[in-house]
Design a protein around this ligand. Structure first.
Ligand SMILES: Cc1ncc(COP(=O)(O)O)c(C=O)c1O
Length: 456
C-alpha cells in the first residue's frame, strides 16, 4: 500500500492504531530505501517475511505476472505447476538475453533488477567482508557451478588467443577441475606436479617447472595457466602471486580456481597480492561453498568475466541468484562476519581436539587453514566409509596405490587423490573446517573418530 492508501484508511481504523501501522510500514520501506541507495548488504539481516514481501512486489514487474496480458511468444515464463511457480515467486523469465547472460531481460524488469541488486551485494561482500581489496568493478554472478564457470573461462581464454593450445595446470586432484579444461578437445593439459616443501612438509606449487614449461613450449603457445587456492591438505593453495608475475611478463592468461577460498584470509591475501603485482584474468568461486546456498551458482571476476557473459548461450535461471540474494539479505553483514570468524576459531578448535586423539598426527600446514590431513597407524582406507556409516560425511581417505588413473581421455594421473605422483604420506584422512561447520559437528567427528580408533 502507498501513502495515498493510508490516507483513505483513516475512515477504517482509528488514528492511533493507524499511526502505529504507518510506522511499521515506514520502517520496512526505510530498509528498502537504504538498500537501494547504499547498494550494500544490510548490517542486520532482514526478516524472512520482509524479504518475501520485497520479492513478491518485485515479481509483479515481470511480464508473466502482469494482470492483463496476451503472451504470444514461445517462451513466456509460463508454469503449468502452480507449486513450481510459487517456488520461484513467479520469477520464471530467467535472466539475460541471447547476447549476454547478465544483460537486462526486457520481459522481466523484476528479475533484471534482482540480478543487478545481487551483483551489487556480492561486490560488497567480496570487497568489504571477504577483503578482496583490488576487486574489479564488474563481478558476475552465474547460475552455473564452479566447474562450468571454469570451463567457460577456458573458452573465454581461447577467444583471447585462438591459436594457443597448451594449458599449464598445477595439479589438484578434483575431477571437475580437469574436465573444465579437457571439455575443449583442442586443448592440451600440461600437468605440473606439486613439490614437497622441504621446510614445511607440505605440497606446493612447482614454480621452476612452470617456468621450464613456458620456455620449452614457447609462451606464445600457452593458452593459460590454471591454479587453485582452496584444496585438500597436504596440498597448499598455489603460489598465485609468483605465477601472476610470470603471466604478466609473458602475456599468458591466468585462471584461478578459488572455489571456496574466500572464507580463508590466506587465500584472499594470495589473490590480492596477485591482483597487485601480476596478471589475473579470471577468479572463480562457488556460491554454495562460500555463501551456504544450494549448489548451482558461481561468482566470477577479472578481465575475462565479461567475455564469459557474452559467450554464455541463451538465458539462464534466476533461481541460484535469488537464493544468494535472499541469503545475503537474511544473514546481513553481521551474520556473514560471524560465520567467517566462527570458521576461523572452529578451525583452531578442530586442530586442538584432534591433538587430543591418541595415535594420530595432524600434518602441519600453515598455508591451508581449511583442510587437514591426519595420519596414524590405524588410519586405513576403510576409516572414511566407517565414518560415513556413522553419519560423518566429508571425511575422506587417500591411500597410495602407485596406479595411474585415466581421468578422462587425455589426462592420466598417478596416485589420483594425493595431488602428486609421489604422495606426501601413504595414507591419510582429510577433514575440513569450512564456513558453517559448528563445534557440535566437530565434537561428533572427534567422538566417532576416537571411537573407531579405539577399536583397534
Ligand atoms: C577446488 C574445486 N574446484 C572445483 C570444484 C567443482 O565445483 P562445482 O561442483 O561447484 O562445479 C570443486 C568441488 O568440490 C573443488 O573443490
Amino acid at each position: 500500500m502507498n501513502g495515498e492508501h493510508f490516507k483513505l484508511l483513516s475512515e477504517f481504523v482509528s488514528p492511533t492504531y493507524l499511526n502505529q501501522a504507518v510506522g511499521s510500514r515506514n520502517s520496512a520501506s526505510g530498509k528498502i530505501t537504504e538498500l537501494l541507495t547504499q547498494r550494500r548488504i544490510p548490517q542486520t539481516g532482514w526478516s524472512a517475511d520482509m524479504i518475501e514481501m520485497f520479492i513478491r512486489e518485485v515479481s509483479l514487474w515481470d511480464s508473466n505476472n502482469f494482470p492483463s496480458k496476451g503472451c504470444v511468444g514461445e517462451r513466456e515464463g509460463r508454469c503449468v505447476s502452480d507449486l513450481v511457480r510459487r517456488r520461484h515467486w513467479g520469477l520464471t523469465h530467467g535472466i539475460g538475453r541471447s547476447g549476454d547472460v547478465n544483460a537486462e531481460q526486457p520481459k522481466a524488469a523484476g528479475s533484471s533488477f534482482l540480478l543487478n541488486l545481487t551483483k551489487c551485494l556480492v561486490h560488497d561482500a567480496l570487497k568489504n567482508i571477504f577483503g578482496i581489496s583490488q576487486l574489479p568493478r564488474e563481478v558476475v554472478v552465474l547460475p552455473i557451478a564452479t566447474g562450468m564457470s571454469l570451463m567457460m573461462g577456458m573458452t573465454a581464454a581461447s577467444q583471447l588467443n585462438p591459436t594457443r593450445k597448451h594449458v599449464i595446470w598445477s595439479r589438484i586432484d578434483q575431477k571437475s577441475c580437469i574436465k573444465s579444461m579437457t571439455a575443449d578437445p583442442s586443448l592440451i593439459v600440461d600437468v605440473v606436479e606439486q613439490v614437497v616443501s622441504t621446510q614445511s612438509n607440505t605440497l606446493e606449487t612447482d614454480l621452476s617447472s612452470i617456468n621450464q614449461l613456458i620456455t620449452q613450449l614457447g609462451h606464445d603457445n600457452i593458452h593459460s595457466i590454471v591454479l587453485t587456492t582452496s584444496t585438500f591438505a597436504p596440498r597448499s593453495p598455489d603460489n598465485i602471486p609468483a605465477v601472476s608475475v610470470v603471466c604478466k611478463e609473458y602475456n599468458i592468461p591466468l585462471i584461478v580456481n578459488n572455489a571456496y577460498g574466500l572464507q580463508c584470509t590466506k587465500c584472499v591475501h594470495l589473490i590480492n597480492e596477485a591482483l597487485r603485482v601480476g596478471r589475473v584474468d579470471l577468479v572463480v568461486q562457488s556460491t554454495d561453498k562460500t555463501f551456504l546456498v544450494p549448489v548451482g551458482g558461481s561468482v566470477i571476476f577479472g578481465p575475462l568475466a565479461g567475455t564469459v557473459n557474452k559467450i554464455y548461450p541463451g538465458r539462464a535461471s534466476l533461481g541460484p541468484i535469488l537464493d544468494l540474494l535472499i541469503t545475503l539479505l537474511e544473514v546481513g553483514r553481521d551474520g556473514l562476519e560471524n560465520l567467517l570468524s566462527d570458521r576461523k576459531s572452529n578451525s583452531e578448535y578442530l586442530k586442538q581436539q584432534l591433538e587430543g586423539v591418541s595415535e594420530i598426527t595432524v600434518l602441519k600446514n600453515n598455508k591451508n587453514s581449511i583442510s587437514l590431513a591426519i595420519t596414524g597407524e590405524h588410519i586405513t582406507s576403510s576409516i572414511g566409509s566407517q565414518l560415513f556409516l556413522r553419519n560423518i560425511s566429508g571425511a575422506r581417505v587417500f591411500t597410495r596405490t602407485d596406479k595411474i588413473s585415466q581421468i578422462d581421455l587425455r589426462v592420466a594421473l598417478k596416485n589420483f587423490g594425493g595431488h602428486q605422483d609421489k604422495p606426501l604420506a601413504d595414507t591419510y584422512l582429510n577433514a575440513a573446517c569450512a564456513i558453517g561447520t559448528t563445534r557440535e559437528e566437530i565434537d561428533l567427528f572427534i567422538k566417532r573418530l576416537g571411537g573407531l580408533l579405539q577399536k583397534h
